[in-house]
Design a protein around this ligand. Structure first.
Ligand SMILES: CCCCC/C=C\C/C=C\C/C=C\C/C=C\CCCC(=O)SCCNC(=O)CCNC(=O)[C@H](O)C(C)(C)COP(=O)(O)OP(=O)(O)OC[C@H]1O[C@@H](n2cnc3c(N)ncnc32)[C@H](O)[C@@H]1OP(=O)(O)O
Length: 186
């Protein structure tokens, strides 16, 4: 990994909010029209997530043929999107909406089309509105599946926001989130 990412000295590690699902339980979608996880987004990636231990979540992505970048392998932007989604979903443990401020990815191994990726993402800590996150991906199904080989890593800074953040853009969608996290899934 070639990242220059460093965590600040004044980082604090929060507890998950009480309504965050227990380990192993499915997480709700944060927004049904989200390209990463929404079930009202036919062109989307249909990622699904479960709570892990503490501030960690696990996510799943099936690498469809339409996600091709180089011959037979996933497009780097698709992998980046998946990390963005996974680390954003980890922020659900705070009980506050977030947006991505900064994201950096290391592409460690080629990921063949037809793979199923598992993402492990977590909050590392917070400073004021800044939420520091990290994640790894492994291939759990497919021609090169190996749960012990990390195929990509990510570090990301998310910022907590208020509902005002989307005040000007929400007129461009057909609906609005209805739960603390957005729309419900399952
Ligand atoms: C796709 C939308 C998702 C919405 C989710 C909403 C609800 C869901 C609930 C929970 C979340 C669950 C799941 C989420 C899952 C997936 C998420 C996908 C997320 C995305 O895909 S989302 C789309 C891409 N994203 C954007 O569309 C953001 C555009 N952008 C902005 O809207 C502003 O840029 C903003 C708000 C980021 C900051 O603006 P601001 O004015 O509020 O804050 P300000 O500038 O004062 O910075 C305060 C402190 O952050 C530091 N800081 C700021 N930016 C930094 C950077 N880049 N690097 C390093 N430090 C940075 C400053 O240095 C200061 O630090 P300090 O406190 O130390 O002074």
């Amino acid at each position: 990994m070639s990242s220059t990412w460093t965590l600040p000295d004044d980082l604090t590690v929060p507890e998950p909010v009480e309504f965050f699902p227990a380990a192993g339980e499915k997480l709700p979608q944060h927004w049904s029209k989200c390209f990463g996880c929404g079930d009202d987004q036919p062109a989307g990636m249909a990622m699904s997530f479960r709570a892990g231990n503490g501030l960690e979540v696990t996510g799943r992505l099936e690498v469809a043929k339409k996600y091709q970048g180089g011959p037979g392998v996933i497009h780097g932007g698709i992998l980046s999107t998946a990390f963005d989604e996974a680390q954003g979903m980890a922020c659900m443990a705070l009980g506050s909406p977030v947006v991505t401020g900064h994201l950096e990815i290391d592409f460690a191994r080629p990921i063949p089309l037809g793979s199923v990726l598992e993402f492990r993402a977590r909050i590392d800590g917070v400073v004021r509105r800044k939420v520091y996150t990290s994640a790894e991906a492994v291939i759990v199904e497919g021609p090169t599946a190996d749960p012990d080989t990390v195929v990509g890593t990510s570090r990301g800074l998310f910022l907590t926001i208020t509902s005002e953040h989307f005040a000007k853009t929400k007129e461009f969608v057909d609906g609005e989130p209805t739960s603390p996290f957005g729309t419900s899934s399952v």
